[in-house]
Ligand binder design. Structure first.
Ligand SMILES: [Zn+2]
Length: 237
């Protein structure tokens, strides 16, 4: 066990019994001692036998989680997660096809467990839990459709396609003010940990005040451009 790494994880206020969703940037984790395997070992050790660790299947550290004994996989064709630990099964089973990041999703289960989100070398634009907040705040743009490939020639239309995340950093200031972010380092990489309940509730409040609050400002962004139109169309009714 890399004691230094474990101490850094616990310093972020991650403790025994916690369920933690990890988002990392690929380049960052390579620089941590022991790479993805060492990192997951340190987080699993911090949360202990009663805790759980989950990552999106698309995250570069997902193979290291999947390699651990007892790991589980949520089999959504577009948005799946890998989890390990006491609540791995609860987090990943019976996931809904529509709104894959909404109610009953692994993110909603993490919320039920009062878990948290750990960002390693990544900012809020990686934080899928903010999509859960958008869906729960009933933002019109969360109702968008996506054609999902099920295999061979099979496709199915999915409701609840998550949009652009480039504007998610706009929540940072209020999270800092509310002291919801615990900031530190993993190896030499900046890391931050936040509980998902206060995160989604602050994001929900922000979105109910201004439904465009988490959209990005890039005029070329088609996702956010369309989202703004949808918000304005609904508020004009
Ligand atoms: Zn955008």
């Amino acid at each position: 066990m890399k004691r230094g790494l474990l101490a850094q994880v616990t310093a972020l206020r991650i403790g025994k019994g916690d369920a933690v969703l990890v988002h990392s940037s690929a380049g960052a984790v390579e620089m941590v001692e022991g790479g993805a395997t060492g990192l997951i070992r340190a987080i699993a050790s911090a949360v202990g036998r009663e805790g759980s660790v989950m990552v999106p299947a698309s995250d570069s550290i997902a193979p290291a989680v999947r390699a651990r004994r007892g790991s589980r996989f949520s089999d959504h064709p577009a948005f799946s997660f890998t989890a390990v630990g006491r609540n791995a099964d609860f987090l990943t089973r019976h996931v809904p096809f529509h709104y894959p990041l909404g109610s009953e999703s692994p993110l909603a289960r993490l919320h039920q467990l009062d878990g948290g989100v750990l960002l390693i070398g990544a900012d809020q634009s990686s934080n899928l839990a903010l999509h859960l907040a958008e869906i729960w705040a009933d933002m019109p743009y969360t109702r968008r459709l996506r054609l999902v490939h099920l295999g061979d020639d099979e496709w199915k239309e999915m409701t609840g396609d998550p949009g652009c995340t480039a504007g998610f950093h706009k929540i940072d200031r209020i999270l800092r003010q509310a002291r919801i972010l615990k900031e530190g380092k993993i190896g030499d990489i900046p890391a931050q940990f936040m509980r998902i309940r206060p995160l989604t509730s602050m994001a929900g409040e922000m979105l109910r005040g201004n439904p465009e609050a988490l959209l990005c400002d890039d005029p070329a962004c088609r996702s956010c451009g369309l989202a703004r139109k949808m918000v304005r169309a609904v508020s004009a009714i």
